[in-house]
Design a protein around this ligand. Structure first.
Ligand SMILES: O=C1O[C@H](COP(=O)(O)O)[C@@H](O)[C@H](O)[C@H]1O
Length: 267
């Protein structure tokens, strides 16, 4: 693996293989969990859907399944599709099938959306749930705004540059006040979704964006490199935690169009 970046709060972790990336991602999450539990007694983590969940799979294996303090984990979703929890498109179902059912997380610590109401109501209810957990300090609060400060928000990135359910050119990118909002016209199906807003993502202590595959290499380049004023405004590029740390987890195929890729390979 090559770890790159002049700023310790903004790093690129570039991997030779998915196997290596998965092990590094599990180590990273386990270390953040240990540090948060030591400091705050709990670990608040927001998941995404898509490929990142399978890439977290090593957490279900030794040594992590025994060494991680699962009882201290509180689970949220950075975005969710408004479908039944049993639906194949549900981000909750994906995480439940591949992670949550395989490790001893306390069921009452799993905060998924209400799947029996409209997208708008689900977003409102989710905000309320998070507000209660901020009040009880299960979720910290930002030092610079009233936003929740999750210990870790895990994001994937679509080939259009979307993260969570924040899509390019969508008015949802302008949301400054709400913690959680909803959309009913997602360009990627299903259309109805709820999503954390940029202020919440950028208030987290740690944000990881996990991207693999050559089909995303151009978008990775546009999201990370200094490509000048004509650069399209990609949601992934707007992920810039104010006081927190940002780590990009890439495989070499997703990374190959980065400027200085040769340097990254050798470092
Ligand atoms: O629709 C979604 O897509 C993104 C990216 O998914 P990936 O499979 O291309 O990694 C995901 O991060 C988001 O949570 C999900 O709702």
């Amino acid at each position: 693996m090559a770890v790159c970046g002049d700023d310790k709060d903004r790093v690129l972790r570039i991997h030779e293989s998915l196997e290596e990336l998965s092990t590094d991602l599990a180590d990273y999450i386990a270390e953040l969990s240990e540090a948060s539990v030591k400091e705050r007694g709990v670990f608040s983590i927001a998941l995404s859907g898509g490929s990142v969940i399978n890439l977290m799979g090593k957490l279900c294996e030794a040594p992590y399944n025994k060494t991680v303090d699962w009882a201290k984990w509180y689970i949220f979703w950075a975005d969710e599709r408004v479908v039944a929890k049993s639906h194949a498109d549900s981000n909750y179902k994906l995480a439940k099938d591949n992670l949550l059912s395989k490790v001893p997380i306390i069921p009452s610590h799993v905060h998924s959306i209400n799947d029996s109401v409209s997208a708008e109501e689900a977003a409102d209810e989710y905000k309320f749930v998070i507000r209660q957990l901020v009040k009880s300090r299960i979720v910290s609060v930002s030092d610079v705004s009233d936003s929740p400060k999750f210990d870790l928000i895990l994001l994937g990135m679509g080939s259009d540059g979307h993260v969570a359910s924040l899509f390019p050119d969508h008015s949802v990118l302008e949301e400054k006040d709400e913690w959680v909002t909803f959309i009913t016209n997602s360009p990627k199906p299903p259309p109805e979704r709820i999503t954390f807003t940029l202020p919440v993502i950028n208030s987290a202590s740690n944000v990881a964006i996990v991207v693999t595959g050559e089909n995303k290499a151009e978008t990775v380049h546009l999201a990370i490199d200094d490509v000048g004023p004509d650069c399209p405004l990609l949601p992934a590029r707007l992920v810039q935690p104010k006081k927190g740390k940002l780590a990009w987890f890439l495989d070499k195929y997703a990374a190959w169009k980065l400027d200085n890729y040769q340097f990254h390979e050798q470092s």
